[in-house]
Design a protein around this ligand. Structure first.
Ligand code: TNX
Length: 620
């Protein structure tokens, strides 16, 4: 019997990968509305670039973009040129002075053969420009084309966050800026900077210099995971790093130029070994020796809720608030074991004197006292969902990470919530596939599809309660991420899925279009900008067995410009192997099986996981 099995991914042909076939014109995150039109606007040395508000961040960003990308065109003030912008042909303009209403952070982008017009204000104008930059196709130096169309757009959520843990591993200011750059490209607007934890204190505090002098250095780090040969294995190498206050200010400004607010996190009362090692007086037993954490996980020594601790933490938070102008200050609050408080006579007395229920009540006392201090300076506290235990601080926002329950409970109590559940693909330290070809990770599983599928608004909330879901965030914890290349590998492309979760209306979301039509162009673009990313596997094949004798297989590269290489001889495919150029026709002799192994190799030499498909005609 001859069976013809046609494996075609989403019934797409190679040409369909071109973003011309994407109803969203290749834009990520998918806009609220896209109307494609025929024709192109051509950018040439004669094109006028006009702005009616030259001090707008978008105008400055455009000026820098032109300079950096080899255009000699200058940006002209539309108010002083003596003509109405609408009358200028071959012009690209950023306008704040438009008729009609555009929602907060929204924009309108109209591209015709004569003109490109972006209408918007502040962040909206900036996001319109980011969309435009995704549409620009360089032809040669100084020349580019933009496809015609009309886009109207505004975000679904006000809080669109990406987190980075710089305690477990430290990342340079240059890397932080690169991280902020890619966030801005995808319209994310909150960078959650996890600055302190057990394994390192990474922000200079002038009043308490030992926080960095002692607390930023650990004697050694855990090697690998906790099983097998790596069990109990340490690298015997000291590890350090912190940001000076000048560096912090530089990053805050850099982010603000891109409409990114920074949410600094100073962890308390748990995850505080680094600070306790620097100032043992912060602990419940100052006579014990402490060292900066060398292992990952959760430590049982935590801040003791004494007046001294509150004075020191208030001083620290005062310096933090001076550095970070944003409203939200993150105080952690997660994973605070109660062992030390149970043993402490001071804590037990405090529980009794303040009529607290138990140690959970004490945790809540701790958080409320810190909240009062932040509120007194006009700031809002945000913490991980454990701050709900023992009663939530009156004005706090909650970041729901242990599933959605904490977020749901907080929204029901009328608190604002940022959803970031690990179970829904928001933990970018989790592996991106179940393959053993993935690099070491903390475990867990968050594929691109899983991340993409998340909807942060729980159906169990009433419409009024749903308004308290102010947004969504993904977290990049770095226990097992020691290098910028690996951080980018774990970030990309999942952050692009997060961007659609955070920005796009549900009606515009479509995973097949996202992954097969939009992602390939974006990965090529990110590669050209020097980002590392996880190369998705070859499309059109998978780790499976197909039964039959005659096969026609259509393989597609998920990165524009990348090649598919394959073997049928059982060897690992590499660039010296067969290069896929047209649908494969493979006939398997009766009684035999052939293993088709395939890999993607990108122009820069990045490689995907290898996929093995068995074409089985053994008759078994
Ligand atoms: C839990 S998420 C933590 C972090 C770890 C992370 C690893 C949270 C609030 N606490 O300390 O790095 O898991 O996935």
């Amino acid at each position: 019997m001859r069976a013809i099995i046609l494996v075609v991914f989403l019934a797409l042909t190679t040409s369909c990968l071109a973003q011309d076939n994407d109803p969203n014109m290749g834009i990520i995150p998918a806009p609220s509305s896209v109307k494609k039109a025929k024709g192109k606007f051509m950018i040439t040395p004669e094109t006028s670039f006009l702005v009616d508000a030259p001090t707008q961040k978008a105008a400055i960003f455009l000026t820098n973009y032109l300079k950096k990308n080899g255009y000699n065109n200058t940006v002209v003030n539309a108010n002083t040129m003596g003509r109405k912008p609408a009358d200028v042909k071959n012009a690209l303009m950023l306008l704040t002075n438009f008729k009609g209403n555009i929602p907060e952070e929204g924009y309108e982008l109209k591209i015709s053969g004569d003109q490109v017009v972006i209408n918007g204000k502040g962040p909206g104008l900036f996001y319109g420009l980011q969309t435009l930059l995704q549409l620009i196709k360089e032809e040669k130096r100084g020349y580019a084309s933009v496809p015609c169309g009309v886009i109207t757009d505004a975000p679904r959520f006000a809080y669109r966050g990406m987190h980075l843990d710089v305690s477990r591993h430290f990342f340079s200011v240059d890397f932080i800026k690169k991280y902020i750059d890619v966030m801005a490209m995808y319209k994310l607007n909150n960078f959650h900077w996890h600055l302190t934890d057990d394994q390192g204190w990474r922000i200079e505090i002038k009043k308490y210099p030992k926080l960095t002098k002692v607390g930023s250095i650990r004697a050694q780090s855990k090697v690998g995971g906790y099983s097998g040969n790596n069990d109990g294995l340490f690298d015997n190498t000291s590890y350090s790093g912190f940001y000076t206050q000048d560096e912090i200010r530089e990053v805050v400004n850099y982010a603000a130029e891109r409409y990114i607010n920074i949410v600094p996190e100073i962890e308390m009362p748990g995850h505080s070994m680094a600070a306790i090692a620097a100032y043992p007086i912060l602990s419940c037993d100052p006579s014990k020796p402490y060292k900066v954490g060398e292992n990952w996980g959760v430590y049982t020594d935590v801040y003791c809720p004494t007046d001294t601790t509150f004075r020191i933490l208030s001083d620290i938070l005062d310096e933090v608030m001076d550095l970070f102008p944003g409203k939200l200050i993150h105080i952690g609050g997660d994973e605070c074991p109660k062992d030390a408080w149970k043993k402490s006579a001071f804590c037990q007395r405090l529980i009794a004197d303040s009529a607290l229920r138990d140690e959970n009540g004490l945790q809540s006392y701790f958080i409320r006292r810190i909240e009062r201090h932040l509120n007194a300076s006009g700031r809002k506290m945000i913490g991980w969902d454990e701050i709900l235990e023992g009663g939530l601080a009156p004005n706090a926002d909650v970041m729901s990470w242990r599933g959605e329950e904490g977020g749901i409970a907080a929204a029901q109590l009328g608190h604002d919530v940022v959803m970031t559940p690990g179970s829904a693909g928001m933990y970018f330290d989790h592996a991106q596939s179940k393959s053993n070809q993935e690099p070491l990770s903390i475990g867990g599983f968050a594929s691109l599809a899983h991340t993409y599928a998340y909807d942060p608004v729980p159906a169990s909330l009433t419409p009024d309660q749903q308004k308290h879901i102010i947004g969504v965030q993904a977290n990049l914890w770095t226990e097992y991420i020691a290098t910028p290349a690996k951080a980018e590998y774990m970030l990309l492309p999942r952050m692009l899925a997060l961007a659609e979760v955070a920005w796009s209306p549900l009606s515009a979301k479509n995973f097949n279009e996202f992954s097969a039509r939009r992602i390939p162009g974006h990965l090529a673009m990110l590669e050209s900008k020097g980002y590392n990313y996880r190369v998705p596997e070859v499309m059109g094949t998978s780790d499976t067995t197909l039964k039959g004798s005659d096969f026609k297989l259509e393989l597609v590269a998920p990165v524009e410009g990348a090649k598919v290489y394959y073997t049928i001889d059982g060897y690992t495919p590499r660039e010296t192997d067969l290069w896929y150029t047209e649908p494969l026709r493979i006939t398997v002799p009766a009684g035999k099986a052939i293993e088709l192994q395939s890999i993607i190799i990108t122009p820069a030499g990045k490689r995907s996981n290898i996929t093995k498909m068995t074409l089985d005609n053994s008759g078994k």
